[in-house]
Structure formats: structure tokens, C-alpha cells
Design a protein around this ligand. Structure first.
Ligand code: PMP
Length: 428
């Protein structure tokens, strides 16, 4: 039998340390909400490959759709010969996305690529250059996406210079002492001292900050940003890479708000495990870039498009939006009960819409106790050792996020929470 330790040694020799891995194991196979490693150890998956598997590992309908596509063609390059799965998916995204008026969609492979292209489209449409993003936000690892990401370590350190024209605002979070008016005052100051609004092409925001700690954008912020964008000819971009496709209890995270963005970036759970991303937006904005200005050899792979069409069917037919709300409510109740328990480590700030839930490990019991990133690391390790795949998040790594597949069977969900409870037990 293969051993994780042997593979890890080979990994250290063959693969640079710049790509880290949360668990010291190699995957062998996976099914819905479970993964087995090469030694036969079983894990309950509360990570979903970083929010990719809202429909679970290897959903039979997704596999069938991909298989059927494999038997026809795997690649033509949309720029060489177009194909229907791309067209059908674009039409479907245009229909379901919360965009005002007619929409168009273009497909890529990764979230970062979607973000890069959303900015290219926004610049072409406005003929302006600047982009405003948020501290703590995450938009990817390519150059513009890295510049937009609001965290230096480990994402930017050593990789500069980054593209210019990028500005960051503080992201409001009550438990971090940042209010919506703090953010709006910072925007006002930015317009006065750094960049005039007429130079700004786009404002990009995650409806719920993902890597930044599952922090929901307050409704007043989005309303204000929409208003400021409208008054100044700025485009509002919702980065839905992590929030999209039922995770938050709506198809898109922005649907928790009354505002509609001009552009939406999507990726991760769209492809159901196949690399696929896209930009959906107002048709007139989307048409701003010249023919040939957008694309990519593999952008919108036919196999991934076929899988994505099945993902959208599964979300609809299996009622996964309702299920996200149901499981999310149960998860939240469990965590709030854990927060009361003396035999468990202190946790708090349970937050997030639908099934996009996170909490913090705290230095002590009580709402004003500070975060405890060391305890968070310890709990993650204990969870991994017990067979629960779990990810951290947050600016200091102080938070734990739950990203179980929305198709998770009841018994596996319960088992996962029992393991989480074990991992949270106070050390003797
Ligand atoms: N935007 C958001 C909101 C994300 O969460 C991520 C990935 N965590 C990205 C963009 C980048 O996606 P990818 O890793 O596929 O490039």
C-alpha cells in the first residue's frame, strides 16, 4: 500500500513549497461528502475542495454529463470552432444571474482568470483604469487578482511590483470594530486624496468575504456602493467565485441584497469539480471589449460546460438552495450550543448566510475576547487527525469555515459535527 509519508517526501523533492496543503495526506478516491486517502483513511469533507463541490464529489449526473461530452469531443478551442455546451451555459447563466436587463456571459477556467477579465471588460467599457477593492478580500493569485486581494502575506510578499490603479477600503465587520460609515468615509477620502471617481472603472466586492473570514457585506454598504457607482459611472463587480451556486442559501450571494451588480465573476462550484469560470454582465458592458480581446485556449472547456449544466440541474432538482438554508440553520444552532459549553474551547462570532458559515476561536469566553489563531490551528489539526477535512480563514487565521457539500447525507453531516465537537474539546 502507498504511504502518505512516502508521497510527502517525494512531494517535498518535486514540488515547490510555495503551494501548501492543509492536510498531510494524498487523496485516493472521493464520493459525495467523503474522501479516502491512499492509506485507506476516511475523511468527512467539510472543505469541498475550497467551495468547489456544492453538489458533492462525483455527483452521478455531473459525471454522466461529462462522460457523454468526453465521447463527442474534449476540446476544439471556442475561438476555433464554437460548441453548444458553452452557448447553452451562457444562455442559462444569463437567465439566472441577478443582472438588470439583458445579460451576456463569457467563460474561462479559474476564478482569478474571471476576475482578470471582469477588470479588462470594466476598463474597456468605461475607458477608465482604477479599481477599488477591499482589505481582507481575496480575488486570486494572478497579477491583477493578486493586486486586488487585500492581504499581503502570503499572497503578495515577494511578488511585486503589482499593477497600479488598485485601491483598498476597509471592509465593515462589527466584531472587528469597522462600521459601514468607516468604509464610506474611507471611500470619500480616497476620492479626495488618491483617485478621482471619474478615473475609477470598477468597485469589486465579495458579497460574503471568503478567504477573509466569511464576513457578509452589510446591506447598507451594497446599497451605498451601488448608488455611488451609479452617480459616478463606476461599474459594480460582485465576485461570486466562493459565494455562488446555492452556498449562501441563494443561487448568488448578492441576491441577499436589493442591488444588482453590473458584472459577476463565477467559478468554483459552477463546474462541480471541473475547472470552469465566467463573467456574467450587462450585455452592453460585456460587449465593450473588441473581438479577439478576450478568450483563452482552454476557456470554457466543453467537458466543464457539460458538467456545469448538470450542476445547475442538480441544484434545481435536488432543492439545494433550500437545503443550504436548512443545513446552515442546523450548523449555526450546533455552533451556538458549542459556544455555551465549558468543556469546549471558547468560540464566537458565528456568522454567515445559508451554508457559508464560519466562527472564531476566542482567547476567552465573552464577546469582547480577542481571537486565538493558535487555538484555531490546533483545532484544525485535531479535526484532520480525527478524519474531518476543515479549513481556516480570516485575516489572522482566527476563523474556521464550514463548506460541506450541500448534498451531504444526514448521517455524514451528524458524524462531521461529532468530529468537530471532539476537535473543539479543551485540552487537559
Ligand atoms: N475570488 C474569490 C472570492 C475566491 O474565493 C477565489 C478562490 N479562493 C478566487 C477569486 C480565485 O479563484 P481561483 O483560485 O480559481 O483562481
Amino acid at each position: 500500500m502507498k504511504k502518505n509519508s512516502d508521497l510527502l517526501q517525494r512531494r517535498a523533492a518535486a514540488i515547490p513549497r510555495g503551494i501548501s496543503t492543509a492536510l498531510g495526506v494524498f487523496a485516493d478516491r472521493a464520493e459525495n461528502a467523503e474522501i479516502w486517502d491512499v492509506e485507506g483513511n476516511r475523511y468527512i469533507d467539510f472543505a469541498s475542495g475550497i467551495a468547489v463541490l456544492n453538489v458533492g464529489h462525483r455527483h452521478p449526473r455531473v459525471l454522466d454529463a461529462a462522460r457523454a461530452q468526453l465521447d463527442r469531443y474534449t476540446h476544439t478551442a471556442f475561438q476555433v470552432a464554437a460548441y453548444e455546451p458553452y452557448l447553452e451555459l451562457a444562455e442559462r447563466l444569463n437567465r439566472i444571474a441577478p443582472i438588470e436587463g439583458p445579460a451576456k456571459s463569457i467563460l474561462f477556467s479559474t476564478g482569478a482568470e474571471a476576475v482578470e477579465n471582469a477588470i479588462k471588460i470594466a476598463r474597456a467599457a468605461t475607458r477608465r483604469h482604477a479599481v477599488i477593492a477591499f482589505s481582507g478580500g481575496f480575488h486570486g493569485r494572478s497579477f491583477m487578482a493578486m493586486a486586488l486581494t487585500g492581504k499581503t502575506v502570503p499572497y503578495k510578499r515577494g511578488f511585486g511590483p503589482l499593477p497600479g490603479g488598485v485601491y483598498h477600503l476597509p471592509f465593515p465587520a462589527a466584531h472587528k470594530g469597522v462600521s459601514v460609515s468607516d468604509t464610506l468615509e474611507a471611500l470619500d477620502a480616497l476620492f479626495k486624496s488618491d483617485v478621482p471617481p471619474e478615473d475609477v472603472a470598477a468597485l469589486i466586492i465579495e458579497p460574503v468575504q471568503g478567504e477573509g473570514g466569511f464576513l457578509p457585506a452589510p446591506p447598507e454598504l451594497l446599497t451605498a456602493l451601488r448608488d455611488i457607482a451609479d452617480r459616478n459611472g463606476i461599474l459594480l463587480v460582485a465576485d461570486e467565485v466562493q459565494t455562488g451556486f446555492a452556498r449562501t442559501g441563494r443561487m448568488f450571494g448578492i441576491e441577499h441584497h436589493a442591488v444588482k451588480p453590473d458584472l459577476i465573476t463565477v467559478a468554483k462550484s459552477l463546474g462541480g469539480g471541473f475547472p470552469l469560470s465566467g463573467v456574467i454582465g450587462r450585455a452592453t458592458v460585456m460587449d465593450a471589449a473588441e473581438p479577439g480581446g478576450l478568450g483563452g485556449t482552454y476557456a470554457g472547456s466543453p467537458v466543464a460546460c457539460a458538467a456545469a449544466l448538470a450542476v445547475l440541474d442538480v441544484i434545481e432538482d435536488e432543492g439545494l438552495i433550500e437545503r443550504a438554508n436548512l443545513l446552515g440553520t442546523r450548523a449555526r444552532e450546533r455552533l451556538l450550543a458549542f459556544a455555551q459549553r465549558e468543556d469546549l474551547r471558547p468560540i464566537g462570532h458565528v456568522r454567515g448566510p445559508g451554508a457559508m458559515i464560519a466562527f472564531d476561536l476566542l482567547a476567552d469566553r465573552g464577546t469582547d475576547a480577542g481571537p486565538d489563531p493558535a487555538a484555531t490551528r490546533d483545532v484544525l489539526q485535531r479535526a484532520h487527525a480525527r478524519g474531518l477535512m476543515l479549513l481556516g480563514c480570516g485575516g489572522l487565521g482566527e476563523s474556521i469555515r464550514l463548506l460541506f457539500p450541500l448534498t451531504i447525507p444526514e448521517a455524514v453531516f451528524e458524524e462531521g459535527f461529532a468530529l468537530l465537537e471532539e476537535a473543539l474539546r479543551r485540552p487537559d
